[in-house]
Design a protein around this ligand. Structure first.
Ligand code: FAD
Length: 475
C-alpha cells in the first residue's frame, strides 16, 4: 500500500472541480486538483449564475467577488428565451441573475480553492485509474502516478474518469452543433441589426451581439454535427453566415472560436467505489436556460461535506450514497427542462404554436414564477422522507440575531436554528453549530440545516433532534 499524496484527487479544474476542492478544504481534507490544460480556456462566453448558485456564493462569502466581476440582470427571460418580466414573490434576497465571463468565474472559484489550501496542478492529464480497498491510483499522461483515498471526476462532458469507470452515459446524441466565437465585422452595426431582425423568426440560433467597438459575439448553426475534436475555423463561420443571411458581414480577426452541441446525457451512477463524478462529467444538456455550470457547482456543494465526513470517519454508512440519490434526480429534471426548452425553440409550426401558448400562460405570475424557480434551482426538495413541505428544501437567507443566516454557514458546518432556546447539539457540537434565536424569521420552532443549507429536520423535541443529528452527522 502506498502512502496517499492527498485525501482526494480531483480530475478537472473547471467550476465544479474548483468548487469541490474548496468545499473539501473547509473540512481540512487534503486536495490535489489536476487539469490537462496549462492555460485557462480562451472562450470568454458569458454564463449566467442563477439564484441558488448566488445563494451558495453568499453562503461561502464569494458573492461580493462575483458581483464585482459580473453584471446583475433581472431573473427573467431565460426560460426558452421567452421575454417576460421577472415574476413577483421569489423567496430570496438574491432575486436576480449575474452574467459573468466563464473564464472569470472559473478563476474566482480556482482562487477560492487555492486560498482555502487546495493544490491545483495545471498541465496534468488523467489517463488511468485503479482502485483497491485502501485508495485509488491515478495515472497521468506524464509523470509518476498519484495515490489518493478518493478520486472525483470533474473532467467535463468527455470525462476520461467516467469512461475509465465504464459508467454508462445514456441519452440523446447531438442533433445540432452551434458555432460560437468573438470576431470583428466590417458591416455597419445598423445594417447587421436590420438583417438579423428580418431573419429573427426563422433562425433562433443566429446572433451577432456587440462585444466591444467593432467586435461581436457571433453564434451560428454549424453545417454538420461533429465529434468536436477539430476546432472550427473562421471560414466555417463565414460560410454559415453567408448561407443563412446572404452575407458574411465581413467578419475577420477572431479572438476565439468554439463549437458546442446539444447532446443530452446522464451518467447511470455518480459513484463507483472510491471514485465519484460531478458536473458535466455526470450530465450534459444544451446550454439553453444557462444551467450546466450552476448544476455542477451545486453538485460540488452537495458532495463536499459528505465526502469529507466519509474520509474523517464520522459519516453514517449511507451518507456518501445520498449524493447520487439526491443529485441524479435533480440532473434528470434539468435535462427534461432543457428538452422542453429546445422543443419550444424549434422552428416548425407545432413547437411554435406551443411556444405562443406558453408565452401567453407566462402572463400568469404563478406560471412564470414556477418556471423561473425551476431554472434557478430554488425549487429543489430532496427526498428526506415524510414531513412538512420545508423538509429537504433550502431556506433563503433570512434575518437572524446579529445578522443574516448565510453568514453562519460560511465554514460548511451544520446549523441548528433553535427558536425554542431549549435544544442542544450535545455531542455533535464539533460539527454542528447552535443558534438559539427566538426571533429567527421562520414559522417553525426549530430547524437543523445541513452544510449545504438544506433542511434536515424540523421540530422541537430533543430526542427526535438527536436521532436526526445521528442520521446526518454520525454518532
Ligand atoms: C455556449 C455555452 C453557454 C453556456 N452558458 C451557461 C450558462 O449561462 N450557465 C451555466 O450554468 N452553464 C452554461 N454553460 C455550461 C457550462 O459551461 C458547463 O456546464 C460548465 O463549464 C461545466 O463545468 P465543469 O467544471 O463540470 O466542466 P468543465 O468546465 O468542462 O471543466 C472540466 C475541466 O476538466 C479538464 N479535463 C478534462 N479532461 C481531463 C483529464 N483527462 N485530466 C485532467 N483534466 C481534464 C478540462 O481541461 C477542464 O478544465 C454553457 C455552455 C456553453 C457551451
Amino acid at each position: 500500500m502506498h502512502t496517499p499524496h492527498a485525501d482526494v484527487v480531483i480530475a478537472g479544474c473547471g467550476p465544479t472541480g474548483a468548487m469541490l476542492a474548496a468545499e473539501l478544504r473547509l473540512h481540512d481534507i487534503s486536495v490535489i486538483v489536476l487539469d490537462k490544460d496549462t492555460e485557462p480556456a480562451p472562450a470568454s462566453r458569458i454564463v449566467g449564475l442563477h439564484i441558488r448558485s448566488l445563494e451558495l456564493m453568499a453562503m461561502r462569502g464569494l458573492l461580493d467577488r462575483v458581483l464585482h466581476n459580473g453584471r446583475r440582470r433581472p431573473a427573467a427571460g431565460f426560460y426558452a428565451a421567452i421575454p417576460k418580466p421577472a415574476p413577483t414573490g421569489l423567496d430570496t434576497p438574491y432575486a436576480y441573475m449575474v452574467g459573468i465571463p466563464q473564464p472569470v468565474i472559473n478563476r474566482l472559484l480556482a482562487d477560492h480553492a487555492t486560498e482555502n489550501g487546495a493544490h491545483i496542478r495545471p498541465g496534468h492529464t488523467v489517463t488511468g485509474l485503479h482502485q483497491d480497498d485502501h485508495g485509488v491510483t491515478v495515472e497521468l499522461a506524464h509523470g509518476e502516478p498519484l495515490r489518493a483515498r478518493h478520486l472525483v471526476g470533474c473532467d467535463g462532458a468527455h470525462s476520461t474518469v467516467r469512461k475509465l469507470l465504464g459508467v454508462a452515459f445514456p441519452g440523446e446524441p447531438a442533433r445540432n452543433d452551434t458555432l460560437m466565437g468573438e470576431m470583428e465585422a466590417d458591416t455597419p452595426p445598423e445594417e447587421i441589426t436590420a438583417t438579423l431582425a428580418r431573419l429573427r423568426d426563422h433562425h433562433q440560433r443566429l446572433w451577432l451581439r456587440p462585444a466591444g467597438p467593432g467586435l461581436y459575439t457571433v453564434v451560428v448553426p454549424a453545417a454538420t454535427v461533429t465529434d468536436r475534436t477539430e476546432p472550427p475555423t473562421l471560414d466555417d463561420f463565414r460560410r454559415q453566415l453567408h448561407a443563412l443571411t446572404g452575407t458574411d458581414f465581413g467578419v475577420h480577426s477572431p479572438r476565439w472560436l468554439s463549437r458546442f452541441g446539444d447532446a443530452t446525457r446522464l451518467a447511470d451512477h455518480y459513484r463507483v467505489g472510491r471514485v465519484l463524478l460531478a458536473g458535466d462529467a455526470a450530465h450534459v444538456h444544451p446550454p439553453i436556460g444557462g444551467q450546466g455550470l450552476n448544476l455542477g457547482v451545486q453538485d460540488a456543494v452537495n458532495l463536499g461535506w459528505k465526502l469529507a465526513a466519509h474520509i474523517r470517519g464520522w459519516a453514517p454508512d449511507t451518507l456518501l450514497d445520498t449524493y447520487h440519490a439526491e443529485r441524479h434526480p435533480v440532473a434528470a429534471a434539468v435535462l427534461d427542462n432543457t428538452r422542453a426548452q429546445m422543443e419550444l425553440s424549434a422552428a416548425e409550426p407545432g413547437p411554435q404554436a406551443v411556444r405562443r401558448l406558453l408565452t401567453e400562460l407566462m402572463d400568469i405570475d404563478a406560471v412564470n414564477r414556477r418556471l423561473i424557480e425551476k431554472i434557478t434551482a430554488i425549487d429543489i426538495r430532496y427526498d428526506f422522507g415524510e414531513g412538512p413541505d420545508l423538509l429537504g428544501r433550502r431556506i433563503p437567507d433570512i434575518d437572524v440575531k446579529h445578522g443574516n443566516l448565510y453568514s453562519l454557514l460560511r465554514h460548511g458546518r451544520g446549523l441548528l436554528i433553535d427558536r425554542t432556546e431549549r435544544l442542544t447539539t450535545g455531542g455533535w457540537s464539533d460539527r454542528v453549530d447552535h443558534l438559539a434565536d427566538p426571533t429567527a424569521g421562520l414559522d417553525v420552532p426549530s430547524v437543523l440545516l445541513r452544510p449545504d443549507g438544506h433542511v434536515a429536520w424540523i421540530g422541537d423535541d430533543q430526542r427526535d433532534l438527536d436521532a436526526h443529528l445521528a442520521r446526518w452527522f454520525g454518532r
